[in-house]
Design a protein around this ligand. Structure first.
Ligand code: DGJ
Length: 727
């Protein structure tokens, strides 16, 4: 039993194999009592975490300890009564009152995984033991019901939470803030971890000690990143990759989100994550409900590495869906950096010939195949083929590529509209805009208004038509600008602040329809690279183009950074040309190949112009990928050395059956007369023996883990891949 309710003590326990989470009903409020390593019992909240000097507080819990909800550790605090810290829920009612007071009403346990309607989420497979606890809270005066849903994946050491607010009154009210997760911690001996970035520099890892006050990361961009990705963690100050308490949260959402810790005057952090309250207001009509997206909670008592592996496991198996979830996907050649928009059929077929020779599976035609698009200043929305460039159309080109033994994939940017397009001329009000303000373009384009049903239907229609009339096996779903003047022509004045969330609901409905209708098509997300790399998008598309920066050295940072939360099977990673187009760096093909290998491997350069030497190396890399891709994609990841801490890094992957171990090592800058780095492997069987494939040498698992192997760091831009097999 993962969920245990003690009706005598009013305590609720959520247990996974190794972790526990507990709360209690105290004076009608939900008091948070524990999150951490597995325990069978937790003392009553009145005995927990005593405080001295709580003088300024309003006494709303008389005769109880603590006597005020302002110092009570809480699960779902609301604004307006006595808890004056940042609330998990804030609403304003018809009479102008901003006060909500929720009391515990009841609970239900479900032997299944419940899901938030209309939003992406985790789901249970047949072999998962997943249960859901529903807690009902009620404000009688205002007719507000809040349901908290705690889902427990017992074997995976993962819990999740999402929230549903229901308006049971006769009048509408305005939701101003709604968190998916909220829990108070008893002390502040933690660092906050998050991923920050920018275009072409995504997901760099940040770790800073908590301070008293609010520390937060968020997105106000209409997409989840790239400034931060929807992840925060509290890690004990002393926590390392392999030791210490770490509490990670990952939001299954792709729009404006918020995550942070508000450390109060008694040095107690309130960790929160949910919809971004900034510029958010939701008019909840009588009888209607609103969901806060699901947050995935990964607690580790063994350092950051275990938190990461738990996230990888759940995202890979319980967030990503569809036919391609568990299969090895395609090695692809994307023509973007090979030709940009300057291509014709002849050029593409020459690339396809070279690709077929190397053993590549698919050619992807990127931007520039439609309308009159020869530059990025027009035609988004005019999704009909440019026959000047492609005289035999998409069908003819696709068939010619198929005849060479390759699949054919195509780029779209479905959510966008160019002012210079037939679509815009026909429907000037179909883009996000605000009356009286300029429609500011970014990359010469505007964002379609996906809060509108007619716009969503149009996207489904043109995609369905193109995908069913042509031999298309893969779609790259790009999104190259974030919001400005985010208003909608169809929404009333009071509903304009709903645009960002309504947009996401529209997008998710489109993705659900299209991916369900075309289950054999592999979809890859992209937002100028990793501008929307999140678990929400991964629910519909099992991989995302990680970054527009395809330089191997930069990718060491970006892929390690993303890998803190997201498994490598979700990261598009390609070998590109040198000098690198983004930063001009020259790197050897071996480094470029070995950095790309652990991700969804491919090429992003003109293969028809590749040297024979690079072709031979690429053939070998493809062979290696076909042999070991499964280990990178479904194995456990251990970070042995981090590029954020020095000039070298090392990533270890242990196959699902634990029989194959791969250690990838990378060194950016050589140093002479310094000792080699010691890499202590992890996750092996100490008693087993392992043979290194390249040398035939045999090592004990204990030796590999305790003594380690060595990485020479005396040369610039070097890399290695060492494979060990259990014997
Ligand atoms: C941004 C993507 O990240 C690139 O890979 C490429 O598809 C361009 N858009 C095309 O416009």
């Amino acid at each position: 039993m993962a969920i245990i309710v003690n009706e005598q003590t009013n305590q609720f326990y959520l247990h996974t194999k190794n972790t526990s989470y507990a709360f209690e009903v105290a004076h009608g409020l939900l008091a948070h009592s524990y999150w951490g390593k597995r325990v069978n019992e937790v003392p009553p909240i009145a005995e927990l975490y005593p405080l001295t000097g709580d003088n300024l507080d309003a006494v709303d819990l008389p005769g109880f300890k603590p006597h005020s909800s302002d110092v009570l550790m809480q699960e779902f605090p609301t604004y307006g009564s006595c808890d004056l810290r940042t609330p998990a829920f804030h609403a304003v009612y018809k009479d102008g009152s901003p006060i909500t007071k929720l009391s515990y009403k009841g609970y239900k346990v479900y032997n299944e995984k419940l899901r938030p309607e209309g939003l992406p989420s985790t789901y249970a497979n047949e072999d998962d033991t997943a249960e859901t606890l529903e807690i009902e809270l009620f404000d009688e005066l205002k007719g507000v019901t809040v349901y908290l849903y705690y889902c427990v994946f017992e074997e995976k050491d993962i819990m999740t939470r999402f929230v549903k607010v229901v308006n049971n009154s006769a009048d509408r009210f305005t939701v101003k803030s709604l968190m998916s997760f909220c829990a108070d911690f008893p002390h502040m001996n933690y660092d906050m971890m998050n991923q920050h970035g920018a275009w072409a520099r995504e997901a760099h890892i940040e770790r800073k000690p908590l301070f008293v006050g609010m520390q937060e990361v968020d997105s106000k961009r209409g997409a989840s990143g790239p400034n931060h990705t929807p992840f925060v963690a509290l890690a004990e100050r002393e926590a390392t990759e392999t030791a210490g308490d770490v509490f990670g949260l990952c939001l299954v959402y792709s729009g404006n989100w918020f995550g942070g810790a508000d450390v109060d005057r008694h040095f107690r952090p309130r960790l929160m994550m949910g919809l971004n309250p900034f510029n958010f207001e939701w008019q909840l009509e009588a009888g209607e409900s609103l969901y806060a997206p699901e947050v995935i909670m990964s607690y580790s008592s063994e350092g950051i590495g275990l938190m990461t592996r738990q996230f990888h496991n759940i995202i890979r198996k319980n967030v990503c869906r569809g036919k391609f979830r568990d299969t090895e996907r395609y090695v692809l050649i994307n023509n973007w950096e090979a030709t940009y928009m300057n291509f014709n059929e002849e050029k593409l077929l020459a690339i396809a010939d070279a690709a077929a020779e190397l053993g590549v599976d698919m050619l992807v035609l990127d931007d520039g195949w439609f309308g009159k698009r020869n530059a990025d200043n027009c035609s988004l929305g005019d999704w009909y083929v440019n026959t000047e460039k492609l005289p035999s159309g998409l069908k003819g080109l696709g068939e010619k590529i198929n005849a060479k033994g390759l699949k054919f994939g195509l780029w779209f940017e479905p959510e966008m509209i160019s002012p210079d397009s037939d679509l815009y001329r026909a429907h000037p009000d179909w883009c996000l805009h605000t009356e009286g303000r300029p429609r500011t373009v970014s990359r010469h384009q505007l964002t379609l208004d996906l809060t509108r049903q007619d716009v969503c239907d149009y996207i489904v229609e043109f995609l369905s038509k193109t995908l069913s009339e042509n031999p298309i096996a893969y779609v790259k779903w790009d999104m190259n600008r974030h919001f400005s003047e985010a208003g909608s022509a169809l929404l009333a004045a009071d509903n304009q602040r709903e645009v960002a969330h309504r947009y996401m609901l529209g997008l998710y409905s489109v993705l659900e329809r299209v991916t369900t209708a075309f289950p054999d098509v592999l979809f890859e997300g992209c937002s100028s690279g990793g501008g929307r790399f999140d678990a929400g998008m991964l629910h519909y598309m099992p991989q995302t183009w990680s970054s527009d920066d395809s330089d191997a050295v930069e990718r060491l940072y970006i892929q390690e950074g993303l890998g803190l939360v997201y498994p490598f099977c979700t990261m598009g990673a390609h070998i590109s040309a040198i000098p690198n187009h983004q930063i001009g760096r020259n790197t050897p093909i071996k480094l470029r190949g070995q950095v790309a290998l652990p991700g969804q491997f491919g090429f992003e350069l003109d293969l028809s112009k590749m040297s024979d030497e690079d072709k031979a190396a690429s053939k070998e890399l493809i062979k290696t990928y076909k042999e070991y891709g499964e280990v990178f994609h479904r194995g456990d990841f251990y970070k042995l050395a981090s590029i954020f801490k020095g000039q070298n890094s090392a990533w270890e992957f242990v196959s699902e059956d634990k029989n194959t171990v791969i250690v990838m090592t990378y060194n950016i800058q050589g140093k002479i007369a310094v000792p080699s780095k010691v890499l202590k492997l992890q996750g092996l069987d100490a008693k087993a023996r392992y043979e290194e494939v390249a040398t035939g040498k045999i090592y004990g698992g204990d030796t590999l883990m305790n003594l380690g192997i060595f990485q020479n760091c005396d040369r610039d831009q070097t890399s290695d891949m060492r494979v060990f097999k259990k014997i």
